[in-house]
Design a protein around this ligand. Structure first.
Ligand code: ATP
Length: 357
C-alpha cells in the first residue's frame, strides 16, 4: 500500500532539516520495500513571496488528501499581520485538520548530553486546539484583544470535549507504555477551567485500572522535572502548560535539536519538530535534523498502526534506531550535542545505519 506525505519546508532551518527527513524516510522506504511518495508545497515566507500568504488554501486542501504531512519549522513571529497574509501555518493546520493531540516525547540518547546527569524517557501529551492560544481557540476573531490602549486581555478556553479526548489519548498512551499517567493542571487557581479538565481526568480513571494515576500542579511539575524527570512516563495537560513543560523536558533530555513531535487527530496527522525555525543556524549546515527525522518516524508509526501495516511500524522503529546509532558515534554527532558533524554528514550516517540494520 502506498503512502503519500506532503512536505512543507517552512522557514529558517526548515529546508535543511526537511531534506534530511526526506532522505531518511526515502531510505527507509527502500530498505523496507514501502512505497512512500513525497509531495512538496510551499508555506511560510516562500509562499508569502509567491502567492501572498504563508499558508495557501491549496496547501490546506492537499494536506487533507494525503496520508500524512511533514511540517518544517516556521518563523511566524516575523510574519506580517494576518490581513497581509501572515498566517501561522502550524496553528492553522492544527485547527483546520483537527490535530488535537500534540505528542511530544523527551528521550535521552546515548552520546548526547544529559544536562541533569540522568536518562529520561517520557512523553508529554499536549492539548492542541484551545487553551490560551489566541489564533485557534475562538470561532470568529482572536482570543486576545485590547479594550483600550493600556489593557490587554487573553481568553483561555477549556472545553469538556477537547479535555476528554486529550485525556483519553494520554490514558491510552500510558497503557501502551509504562502505565503511569500524570495529569498536570492549576486547578487551585483556575478552579473552573482546570477544574473541568481534572473532572474529566478523574472520570476516565475507572476505564484504565492498570494505569497508575497522579495529579500535579504545573508549578510543582516544573520543579519535579528538574529534580527527577526519570520517574515520569506520560504527562497530559492543557495547551500552554504542555508547550512550556515540553521545552523544559526536551532540554533535560539533551536539547531541542533532538525533540520530535507529532500532531495527531482522528483522521490526520502531521510530523513537526518541537523547536522553531532557529534563524541563527539557517543555511549553515549546523542544524540537528534528529527532531524532524524523529517526528517523521512518529508519523510513519501512526499511519502504520492505523492501517495495521507492520512494515511501516518496523520502518519507523528502524529509523529511531539508526538515529540513535548516529548520535552515539562521536564522529557523526552534530554541534548542538558537542560534535562537529554537519546536518548533511549526520543525515548520511543515519542512512548508512538504516541500510545496515
Ligand atoms: P522561533 O521564533 O521560530 O521559535 P527561535 O530561534 O526563537 O525560533 P527555536 O528555533 O525554537 O527558537 O530554538 C531556539 C534555539 O535552539 C535556536 O536559536 C538554536 O540555537 C537552537 N536550536 C533549535 N533547533 C535546533 C536544531 N534542530 N539543531 C540545533 N540547534 C537548534
Amino acid at each position: 500500500m502506498s503512502v503519500t506525505l506532503l512536505c512543507l519546508e517552512g522557514d529558517g532551518i526548515g529546508p535543511e532539516i526537511m531534506a534530511a527527513a526526506k532522505a531518511v524516510v526515502g531510505a527507509a522506504s527502500q530498505r523496507f520495500e514501502l512505497d512512500i511518495k513525497f509531495n512538496d508545497a510551499e508555506i511560510g515566507f516562500a509562499a508569502l513571496k509567491r502567492v501572498g500568504t504563508t499558508l495557501p488554501n491549496a496547501v490546506l486542501e492537499r494536506a487533507r488528501e494525503v496520508d500524512g504531512v511533514i511540517i518544517g519549522p516556521v518563523s511566524h513571529n516575523a510574519y506580517p499581520p494576518v490581513a497581509e497574509g501572515g498566517v501561522n501555518p502550524s496553528g492553522r493546520l492544527r485547527r483546520e485538520m483537527d490535530l488535537y493531540a500534540n505528542i511530544r516525547p523527551a528521550k535521552s540518547f546515548d552520546g548526547a548530553p544529559r544536562p541533569l546527569g540522568k536518562k529520561i524517557d517520557l512523553v508529554i501529551v499536549r492539548e492542541n486546539t484551545e487553551g490560551f492560544y489566541a489564533d485557534r481557540s475562538m470561532h470568529v476573531g482572536p482570543g486576545e484583544f485590547m479594550p483600550d490602549a493600556d489593557t490587554a486581555l487573553a481568553l483561555r478556553k477549556v472545553t469538556r470535549r477537547a479535555s476528554r479526548r486529550i485525556l483519553e489519548t494520554g490514558f491510552r498512551l500510558a497503557a501502551a507504555r509504562r502505565e503511569k499517567l500524570t495529569v498536570v493542571h492549576k486547578a487551585n487557581v483556575l478552579r473552573l477551567s482546570d477544574g473541568l479538565f481534572l473532572e474529566e481526568a478523574r472520570s476516565l480513571r475507572a476505564a484504565y485500572p492498570g494505569v497508575a494515576y497522579e495529579e500535579q500542579l504545573v508549578d510543582a511539575m516544573a520543579a519535579l522535572l528538574v529534580r527527577d524527570a526519570g520517574r515520569f512516563d506520560v504527562i497530559v495537560t492543557t495547551n500552554m502548560f504542555g508547550d512550556i513543560l515540553s521545552d523544559q523536558a526536551s532540554e533535560i533530555a539533551g536539547g531541542l535539536g533532538l525533540a520530535a513531535s507529532l500532531n495527531a487527530g482522528s483522521e490526520h496527522a502531521a510530523a513537526q519538530a518541537q523547536h522553531g525555525s532557529a534563524p541563527d543556524l539557517a543555511g549553515q549546515d549546523r542544524a540537528n535534523p534528529t527532531s524532524l527525522i524523529g517526528s517523521s518516524a512518529m508519523l510513519l508509526r501512526w499511519i502504520g498502526e492505523r492501517r495495521s501495516d507492520e512494515a511501516l511500524v518496523r520502518a519507523a522503529l528502524a529509523v529511531d534506531r539508526a538515529v540513535a546509532a548516529a548520535i552515539d558515534d562521536p564522529k557523526t554527532r552534530t554541534a548542538d550535542l558537542g560534535g562537529s558533524a554537519g546536518t548533511e554528514d549526520f543525515t548520511r550516517a543515519v542512512v548508512v545505519h538504516l541500510e545496515q540494520l
